[in-house]
Design a binder for this molecule. Structure first.
Ligand code: SF4
Length: 347
């Protein structure tokens, strides 16, 4: 995949955000590399510079898209899901998020079993929410704010809400709270250390909700994007959508972001130019340039997932099993012979 370095702290930064298929960035050539960069927030370290090289683009590389693209994609989605709509009981709405699409394209038995388990906040879920909130606050409180302060502010802010997470945070024991803060602090520190400080002219937006309605709201496509940078200009794609992850690469991370690119294209009329999963533990982004082919792959995945989900939930289809690493978190793993070797490391 072609990668173009982005100058940090100069006019090119406003074009931050172009790029491709599963990303493996070529090393920038000496002639294309910008000189060492300094700006009001200081010189970037090599990890931050790598991120900028991967996510950046020059103006002449920014892709243009057909102004009719959103209408074409909407028509393709509705044509592909009209039989799903016919199978959807009256009064029901089908909501599809990246999690539901991953679930239905993974082990269907697990998906069905998890629907029987009431949702509860847990330490790992809360840790992610607190870390994301702290990273969001870092955009506005400045890169020099210590991560632990960002985490404390994030927890205070979340506790002020009327939400299940706020109730859970208010209920936990002091020791559990301290552990949560330490783990969230680790994530935020990694982001601050290896991601370039976000500049206001990159138009950073965090935790942005996306919603697309098909068939006047009978089928909803929903998303919440961790971080976006840039904004489309006319029919020129400039936005980069970034998902923040701990742990390592999984193939569905690519599909998650293609889904977000599709939602963005349907919402704005212009897709992001690039989507990227940023891995906090390794400090590396894995990026893909958005093309019409990428968007059509996302349309096909939504179409197939919607059809299968309605068949499982409202039809007579029998859930298939697909064993893999996710067996470790499956609520019915104890009685599932297919889980086999994937549970060998279980305590
Ligand atoms: S244990 Fe694994 S194979 Fe069995 S239902 Fe759960 S996820 Fe599917």
């Amino acid at each position: 995949m072609a990668v173009t370095p982005l100058a940090y702290g100069d006019g090119m930064a406003t074009d931050l955000l172009a790029t491709d298929e599963h990303h493996h960035q070529a090393a920038p050539t000496a002639s294309s590399h910008p000189p060492p960069m300094t700006c009001s927030v200081g010189t970037l370290n090599p990890a931050q510079q790598d991120v900028l090289d991967i996510l950046g683009a020059c103006g002449d590389e920014l892709p243009q898209f057909d102004p009719m693209l959103r209408h074409k994609l909407q028509a393709e989605l509705e044509a592909g899901t009209c039989t799903t709509l016919a199978d959807l009981p009256d009064g029901e709405t089908l909501c599809l998020s990246k999690h539901q699409l991953t679930a239905v394209h993974g082990c269907e038995a697990r998906l069905v079993a998890e629907r029987e388990v009431p949702f509860e906040w847990t330490a790992p879920l809360a840790r992610g929410a607190v870390a994301h909130k702290a990273i969001e606050l870092s955009v506005f409180m400045g890169a020099s704010t210590p991560p632990i302060v960002l985490v404390e502010e994030a927890m205070a802010s979340l506790c002020r809400n009327e939400s299940g997470l706020a109730d859970w945070l208010r209920r936990i024991a002091p020791r559990e709270r301290a552990e949560l803060q330490l783990e969230a602090n680790d994530r935020v520190s990694k982001f601050v250390e290896c991601f370039p400080p976000l500049k206001s002219n990159w138009v950073p937006v965090t935790e942005s909700r996306l919603r697309v309605e098909l068939f006047e709201g009978r089928i909803l496509l929903l998303g919440r994007v961790d971080l976006t940078l840039g904004r489309a200009q006319g029919t020129t794609a400039k936005k980069v959508i970034i998902d923040l992850k701990t742990g390592g690469f999984a193939p569905h991370h690519i599909d998650d972001l293609r889904f977000y690119a599709l939602l963005e294209a349907l919402r704005v009329g212009v897709p992001p130019r690039l989507v990227a999963t940023y891995y906090l533990d390794s400090g590396r982004p894995y990026a893909e340039r958005v093309t019409e082919a990428v968007l059509r792959a996302a349309v096909a995945r939504v179409r197939d997932g919607a059809q299968r989900l309605v068949g499982l939930l409202h039809g007579s289809q029998t859930p298939n099993k697909r064993a893999g690493a996710p067996c470790r978190w499956c609520p019915i793993r104890a009685g599932c012979p297919e889980a086999g070797a994937f549970l060998e490391d279980e305590p």
